[in-house]
Design a protein around this ligand. Structure first.
Ligand code: ZN
Length: 323
């Protein structure tokens, strides 16, 4: 129980620092509404009603810039928006961008998981009467971990616990559960008529993924399923440029490298400190990735991936799906 309690505290701290990192400096109300350029976002038309808004910054993001990707799907009777960024101003920018493409109403906002960089914009959806959809324990996680740093936060009011289809008139969006990144709240959204997969943070493309709130083995399993299920899809990652099966495979390779490293530490009977000291140099394959902060030891309260791999794989600490 003691270990489990420790894990709770650690995950709480992760969420806290994650939020703090994105919330500071103290909220500055933008005098002028952000534009796609000022937010560092580019709009990509992926065809057949599927659009992506791609962020192009490193971590942590400068003030006013989006750190994650968003997207939207336009059907004959409405629009589904995916991940309204981390502030209501950025969410409103996303909603206004939808209006430049279609006059159809926004019917839903989908949160691919609970982390603040993807959900902090939710209050803007509430203001427009648009229901917010999330999965599993997302309300509980947002109302505890995220609430302390943002009293105005809005958790989803529509919680789905199984794979679900959203119909926008002539176009369906298939929302499926995946595991491993964010404590039982991860979803992906697939548009069959466009062959576009919005992968949320299951994919960090050419970025070191943040895995400190995740479960490596579950994440690996879900990547295998995504590759088998959507081999021809264009893939919109949670962070990074639009990719395809190659981006899913690159994530798999990252995790296989990490697991093999962690198993080699076990074979050498290394302590956590020895293991990380031995392996902290970023290998050539990942030297050009952004989010280097997450490779080894992270930041105070924000574990790096070598630390997480040591705990989960080398030391075989049991990680509950939902702590
Ligand atoms: Zn993210």
């Amino acid at each position: 129980m003691a270990k489990r309690h420790w894990l709770w505290v650690t995950l709480g701290a992760i969420a806290l620092v994650w939020l703090l990192g994105l919330r500071q400096p103290a909220p500055v109300v933008a005098q002028t509404a952000p534009t796609l350029a000022s937010a560092g976002l580019s709009l990509e038309n992926l065809g057949n009603g599927a659009y992506a808004l791609i962020a192009d910054v490193d971590f942590p993001p400068p003030e006013g810039r989006a750190i994650c990707n968003g997207g939207f799907v336009v059907g004959s009777e409405g629009v589904l928006v995916i991940d309204p960024f981390h502030t209501p101003a950025l969410a409103n920018l996303l909603f206004d961008t939808v209006k430049t493409v279609t006059d159809k109403p926004i019917r839903y906002v989908l949160n691919t998981h609970y982390h603040f960089d993807h959900t902090g914009g939710n209050p803007a959806a509430v203001g427009r009467g648009i229901p917010i959809v999330g999965r599993g324990p997302i309300r509980e996680l947002m109302n505890t971990r995220n609430r302390t740093n943002d009293p105005n936060l809005r958790a989803p009011d529509l919680v789905i616990n199984s794979d679900t289809e959203f119909w926008l008139g002539d176009r369906a969006v298939q929302v499926a559960r995946v595991e491993g990144h964010a404590a039982g709240t991860d979803l992906v959204a697939y548009v069959p008529t466009a062959k576009v997969l919005y992968a949320g943070d299951m994919v960090f493309h050419e970025r070191i993924p943040f895995i400190g709130d995740g479960n490596i083995r579950q994440w690996q399993g879900s990547l295998y399923r995504l590759i088998a299920t959507y081999p021809e899809a264009k893939v919109v990652p949670g962070h990074g440029q639009v990719t395809d099966i190659k981006g899913l495979q690159a994530m798999q390779r990252y995790f296989s490298d990490l697991v093999n490293l962690a198993l080699s530490w076990r074979a050498q009977n290394l302590t956590r400190e020895q293991a990380i000291a031995q392996s902290s140099e970023v290998p050539a394959a990942y030297k050009n990735h952004r989010f280097q902060l997450f490779y080894a030891t992270g930041a105070p309260g924000l574990p790096g991936n070598l630390e997480t791999a040591y705990d989960q794989i080398t030391r075989s600490a049991a990680i509950p799906l939902v702590p």
